[in-house]
Design a protein around this ligand. Structure first.
Ligand code: ATP
Ligand code: MG
Length: 356
């Protein structure tokens, strides 16, 4: 198989972990006889420094011409003072919008060998295997107006929650399709007791459910869901929700696995290319120290193999190699027990490669 992969390492630990994912993909290519080529682009702070914009047209073009995109992370304190429209994060938001990446898939699962890294009891998190599907290009984060206003002589503010029916429909439908390959349960999360947008969301979920009689749908209010996620996480299989609820709940769900450094994600559009990135950020506090956990990025590459290229066996092999390394007790500092020995980013990458 011939595939061209756009690599956007970005800032901070993004660079360190992206290198790991590329090395693992190269190793998979060699072992299984695939030709993966890598084309590098700039995004985020690094791009601001060089081009004065967080997302140059060349990078968008490069992504559009590739079969899939790997992204490290963007941002850092160096760019905290730059004007709002040229912040590193704006580059990523624009890329999601330009490529119409409307669904963000965040699998969260239990690793036996990491049970001690979670603050939650083993009985609670054991066998957790959930997939959060977050709407990514609509809702409160994109609605206009979003601004300070004057109302009756008072300082006031407005943000807008706007969704078109089709935007809700496509992401909910995708969640049902994904549930078919899993345990055939979808939990739709909303705030239908208060928000009109949530009432429409709920209606659409019911409408979609009619086309999937084999998948069981239930609804949950977001406040209750936030509690259930840590009280009884095993009850969830596929979770689907709008942009802001998904943002908050998926960070909460990372506690079930143990570390941000373990969690991959995939962002899907209607026709591709899809984008794969770890859920963590650029981690300025540990950047450049060869300390970051590269596994979230490596597991994102595994998702790429499976979802974009249909290479199930290859994806399983990468996940197996990661598990084998963890079972052998090899740890970066974020997943090591306090005071116990740990390894570097580059060594962790080598360890995974060695058992692939
Ligand atoms: P963003 O706004 O870009 O999501 P953030 O402010 O949420 O960033 P992160 O960069 O994700 O922050 O970092 C949060 C904390 O988790 C930091 O202390 C960081 O060092 C740690 N962390 C994040 N990713 C990793 C990783 N891969 N390995 C080890 N530690 C990590
Ligand atoms: Mg964050």
């Amino acid at each position: 198989m011939n595939k061209r992969i756009a690599v956007l390492p970005g800032d901070g630990i993004g660079k360190e972990v992206a290198k790991g994912a590329v090395e693992i993909l190269q190793a998979v290519g060699e072992r299984f006889g695939h030709q993966f080529s890598f084309a590098y682009g700039k995004i985020g702070g690094e791009s601001i420094d060089e081009f004065g914009t967080p997302l140059p047209d060349e990078t968008i073009q490069l992504c559009k011409e590739s079969d899939a995109i790997l992204l490290g992370a963007v941002g850092g304190p160096k760019w905290d003072q730059t004007p709002a429209h040229i912040r590193p994060e704006k580059g990523l938001l624009k890329l999601r919008k330009d490529l119409n990446l409307y669904a963000n898939l965040r699998p969260t699962m239990y690793y036996e060998s990491l049970a001690d890294s979670s603050p939650l009891r083993k009985e609670v998190i054991q066998e957790v295997d959930m997939l959060i599907v977050r709407e990514l290009t609509g809702g409160l984060y994109f609605g206009k107006p979003s601004e300070r206003v004057q109302h009756n002589g008072e300082d006031a503010v407005v943000d807008t929650l706007y969704y078109e029916k089709a935007e809700m429909y496509r992401v909910i439908k995708l969640a049902f399709e994904l549930a078919r390959d899993r345990n055939k349960r979808v939990t739709s999360i909303d705030k239908a007791n208060v928000l009109e947008s949530s009432r429409m969301w709920r209606e659409i979920a019911e409408e979609v459910a009619k086309d999937f009689p084999d998948v069981k749908l239930d609804h949950m209010l977001v406040d209750n869901a936030a509690m259930q996620m840590v009280m009884n996480p095993k009850r969830f299989d596929v979770v689907v929700t709008e942009n802001m609820f998904g943002d908050i709940l998926s960070d909460e769900a990372s506690v079930l696995t143990g570390s941000l450094g373990m969690l991959p994600s995939a962002s899907l559009s209607e026709n591709g290319p899809f984008l794969y990135e770890p859920i963590h950020g650029s981690a300025p506090d540990i950047a450049g120290k060869n300390m970051a956990n590269p596994l979230a990025m490596i597991l994102s590459a595994a998702m790429m193999l499976r979802v974009s290229f249909g290479l199930e066996e290859e994806a399983n092999e990468v996940e197996r190699a990661v598990n084998q390394v963890l079972d052998a007790g090899i740890r970066t500092s974020d997943i090591a027990s306090f005071g116990s020995p740990h390894t570097s980013t580059s060594k962790m990458i080598d360890e995974v490669k060695a058992v692939l």
